[in-house]
Design a protein. Sequence first.
Lengths: 349, 567
Amino acid sequence: MFLIDRRQMLALAAWSAAATKAWAQSPLTTAEHALYDAARREGEITWYSGQYSADASEAAGRAFTARYPGVRCNVVRSTSQVAFQRLSQDQRAGVAQCDVFSSTNGGHYIQLKRQNRLMQFRPASADGLLPMLRQADPDNYFQSSFLGIYLMAHNTRLVSEADAPQSWTDILDPKWRDKLAVGHPGFSGAIGLWALQMRTMFGPDYLRRFERNKPQVGRSSIDPVTMMNAGERGVGVAVPSASTLFAMSRGNPLKLIYPTEGVIAALSPSAIIRNAPHPNAAKLFMEFTCGPALSIAVRELFNESIRPDVQPPEGSRPLDQVRMLAPSLEEAERGVPEVREQWREIFGV
Amino acid sequence: MSAALRPSRLRLLEPVMLLWLALIAALLVLVAGPLLKMVLVSFEMQETGEFTFQNYLTAYGRQRYLDALRNSLLLGALAAAMSVVIAVPMAWAVSRTDMPGKGFTWAMVLAAFVMPPYLGAIGWILLAGPNSGWINVTWRALTGATEPLVNVYTFTGMAFVIALHSFPLVFIFVKSALDLISSEMEDAANILGGGTWTTMRRVTLPLVWPSILGGFILIFLETIALFGTPAIIGIPARINVVTTQLWQFFEDPVRVEVAAAYAIPLLLITVGLIAVQKLMLARKGFVSQTGKGGERREVKLGPWRWVLFGWCLTVGLLAVVKPLLVLLQASFAKAWGRGFSLDNLTLRNYRFILFEHDMAPQSVWNTVWFSAASATIAVILALLVAYIVIRRLMRFADALGFLAMAPFVIPGIVMAIGFYAAYAGPPLSLYGSGLLIILAFAARFLPIAYASSQAAMRAVHPEMEEAARILGSGRLHAIRKVTAPLLKTSLLGGWLVVFIVASRELSAAIFLVGPRTRTMSVLLYDLTEQGNFEVVAAFGGVLLVITMVIVGIGMKLVGRDFMLRRE
């Protein structure tokens, strides 16, 4: 079983604290310099985000504020669909409050771009991203800022390793009735991607059969991790690897399952909103997001690094050894709202 | 009397008249405006604003949406009925009998009232989760059973959790009514051969029937407007209700029009309920207070008094002690599922929420300042309206009183949608500003302030003010120097109650907050979204400490029972 002992944990903490400090103090790049003064005059940036967990988002916000003194990052963390709902409410009221929008549901960006609500900007630091993340949009309206791995996990006290499901179709077996937990596509962007991917791979009947096992429905994709920690449910479906690894580091008896078909990989962008009240700070934030500082900050909480020059987190399988599944952004734009509606018909909520 | 007043009013009131006009304007902005706008919007086509019935067809054109409405009505009725069952024996015991532990019962009722319902809901998830809840774990360990004893993720489970935090309203209503009944009526029944129980059933309870009904209706209304508990318990339990459905109408693209259309029937139901209440009470007399000032004696219950105390104790345990204990445990735990052990203890959750969370300190400040501002606005408005109504200073004074009481029967979430529709966008564009939330809170809780101001105002005879005015003081000066000081205690009591209920309000805030104006309740809701109950519990602890300080101040200044008094 994977567990970091106290010494390793301390060493890791010391290393990452030192590294964070080093990056916080490392000289600003030319691109950052060019934006910093204007950003400081604006003083703050408001970030609607559904990508990283609350802890990791706050850590990222603090890292930003530490690196660019005088520019404050207001972190507004919720699930991705709720973040998008807030953005829509702003738009409907005609009030600009959001500078940078980060959602796990890439389809949101296709819609926002089509509605001409995004600002064109390519951060120079995007050139240093993992190759698969370097160019999210040929027109540079949005950039990749998040690589989330969604898989399964089990509570080892309730479900032994031998019994644990191995594939996405294993959980349709009636023996998993009342033992599963999952998030909700009306809240979580990642669960929307997962449901869409399952429908594509296994047909429209998948969700209906999944429902027959009466999974406990939460809101965020992180909800099932809590349910497994508590022992309420034995298997978490489409849980983020980061939150699961974090829960394991706190002593919860969980284990990751890499399904045989592959994991859901949310390669999710961030974008500056066209009428952003702090455009320069927003650009600086995008430089920060694609640069090493963000990856270092979120890596400590077991999120995947999005750059090759920052180590992946402890305990997760190297990316070149996992098969990644994901709908395209265009498929997500059309498919996620559909599958969300279908979900509500099937599950009643 | 009014004829005698009139000339002096015309002579002295010129500048004050402006204030009255401002007051009317304020009531229109706070109460009538949002409601009117909502009704209008419900008939508007999105984008074009043309007249249409389409919103109603969309809002009620689906089985799922109708189911949500039915679920809400059932949930409201069930939670209200449970509250009555819980509270009426307690109220009777505290008011009329020699039951021991009355102080304890008071404290439990007060605590259940102060605790935000969504926090109680989280506590009950930790207690009554079918597999992991403490109650079920203990039950299985004791009996070896495999099935859970209780399951919070059910319709009755959810109604029960709601009732545990709503029953204090019935308690307050019924107890204050019982306090007024003199023992002579019961004596009469006793003489005619009725025992204690028959008397209670046939005489005492029927006399307080209006209060029971009033409490029932109020809880029904509060329940159908509740957002937090249905989101936290209802989604895993697969129960969709009106409020969670309204939330879906705010998904992209935001369909305020459909949401408004969906909410209008709630208003009609409310109006209908009030009408039914009037009808049911119309044909009977419930006068228990006469000029003869009867004596009130405690009913001697013998051993039964311990049964009643057991009931109060159980309610206190279920509503307050147990949820608080598990929340406290979770807030200091690394992983709450691991239970009580030393190596599971940590301060990390508190550290995160107090020092590492960007928004938490801001939200604490927002909560305090929004609640204080809205309480101040509500109390000042309520005082002035009550003054006008009681002193009959204007022809349409009663209409003002009606406006001030109207939000009482408007579900909070409906109010929020009205505020969003009316003031979020142009021309005022208040969305994202604290003012929008302050105004919405002030409007929502105006009736509480009004009820307490009105009752207090009735108790002040105009002659004291008249004395001041004869000596040359203007109307406002007299109010400031004579009336307000006399009312100080009641006003402060009203202010504190509004402050407390505003500080825990979620359903009116959820549609109105912006990134910089999130309150503690909204942030708590955001945190529950990712199921991090340890941090949620820690933040809930902070919220409870703040509320406790305010309640403590209130008790010090106004008296021990300020929250539960009903004038």
